[in-house]
Design a protein around this ligand. Structure first.
Ligand SMILES: NC(=O)c1ccc[n+]([C@@H]2O[C@H](COP(=O)([O-])OP(=O)(O)OC[C@H]3O[C@@H](n4cnc5c(N)ncnc54)[C@H](O)[C@@H]3O)[C@@H](O)[C@H]2O)c1
Length: 343
């Protein structure tokens, strides 16, 4: 019998790619999503890619009673991979309570329900935002966490602490927090990818939407940083590589290979890429010149960060395989696909 894994936020960007990889690895996957930032049709698209359409349960994880009734009907769950959260950094600054309520209440409801229903394993979506602007690069998991620069970032820090305390109090529970650097790109099938609503906060959808003519100008936020070309530096990893790390984390917990009951891993390529280099990569793979202009620095942006992924390489047996150009090419293919097809 297949092991059952619940993917919360499963119709979202990273959740949908992870569902594909989990199904391909032989897990039975059930998606939970309230569709606040995604579409129900993504479940069918996952089915088109894998040949197995996962069940999608549409409800809000802040609704503890609804979660409870779902779990009463679904026993023998091996693990929960928890993506569901709001993620717009700037919106979190103007609407902090919306972020604290959604991101923390959903997590606490899940942990409580996992304890009641004896669900042993949690994989949590954390972020490199927990490191703020580190003094030493690249960042390892030992790099100190710094005060968050946004309520969104704070929900990730507090989320990690809530998990640590809950796992400490309940030795039947194990968890892994994965600190993502900057996921980009789309599935090679172009059936799933990133679907930002409104003006994208992330660079790559901003690039592809500008290139396709949806936005007039790409804004580069600052060229006076202390970096070789003056623009910010990030560690961009292909979302399919990122998704595969979740399969490794679930496998590790399911087979009891975890060294402690709460583990944290950085997920990145180990390479820093500047905004201007990312633009060059896009122009190279697409043959299109981008209309971009330098705007002022954006409040809350850190100057430079990239990962030391050695711990994930060793312990999860995971490593990124796709290059920046490959990830960029998949993002461009996805953008062309969604703008030219209506299905
Ligand atoms: N995309 C990134 O750059 C990035 C980087 C670091 C960490 N993360 C984290 O990874 C996770 C997934 O990010 P993503 O880019 O796929 O975001 P996304 O918005 O595409 O997916 C999140 C999904 O969760 C759902 N959701 C939100 N609140 C919910 C709730 N209360 N109940 C049920 N469903 C709910 C949304 O409808 C959406 O489908 C998030 O926790 C995010 O904070 C993302």
């Amino acid at each position: 019998m297949k092991k059952k894994v619940i993917v919360t936020g499963g119709t979202g960007y990273i959740g949908s790619h992870t569902a594909v990889e989990l199904i391909s690895a032989g897990y039975e996957v059930i998606l939970i999503d309230n569709l606040s930032n995604s579409e129900a049709s993504i479940a069918d698209r996952i089915g088109e890619i894998t040949g197995i359409t996962p069940i999608l349960e549409v409800f809000d994880l802040c609704d503890a009673e609804r979660l409870e009734s779902f779990l009463r009907k679904n026993s023998d769950i091996e693990a929960i991979v928890h993506f569901a959260a709001f993620k717009a950094v700037s919106e979190s600054v103007s609407k902090p309570l919306k972020y604290y309520r959604n991101n923390l209440l959903s997590l606490m409801n899940l942990l409580e329900a996992m304890t009641v229903h004896n669900i042993p394993s949690l994989v949590f979506s954390s972020s490199c935002t927990v490191y703020g602007q580190p003094g030493i690069l690249p960042v390892t998991e030992e790099t100190p966490v710094q005060p968050a620069l946004s309520p969104y970032g704070n929900t990730k820090q507090i989320g990690e602490e809530i998990i640590r305390d809950t796992v400490t109090a309940n030795n039947r529970l194990k968890a892994v927090s994965l600190r993502y650097f900057n996921p980009i790109g789309a599935h090679p099938s172009s059936r799933i990818g990133e679907l930002p609503r409104g003006v994208p906060e992330n660079l790559v959808p901003f690039i592809t939407q500008t290139a396709i003519g949806l936005r007039e100008t790409l804004l580069v936020y600052g060229n006076d940083y202390n970096t070789p070309d003056g623009s910010c530096i990030r560690d961009y990893l292909h979302v399919v590589d990122l998704a595969k790390a979740h399969v490794e984390a679930v496998n590790r917990l399911a087979s009891g290979k975890n060294k402690t009951n709460y583990e944290i891993f950085n997920l990145g390529t180990g390479n820093g890429t500047s905004v201007l280099e990312a633009i060059e990569s896009f122009e190279r793979i697409s043959g299109k010149k981008l209309n971009y202009k330098i705007a002022g620095r954006r409040p809350g942006d850190i100057e430079k960060i990239w990962a030391d992924p050695s711990l994930a390489n060793q312990e999860l047996g995971w490593k990124t395989v796709s290059s920046l150009d490959e990830a960029m090419r998949s993002a461009w293919k996805w953008e062309i696909n969604i703008r030219t097809k209506t299905d």
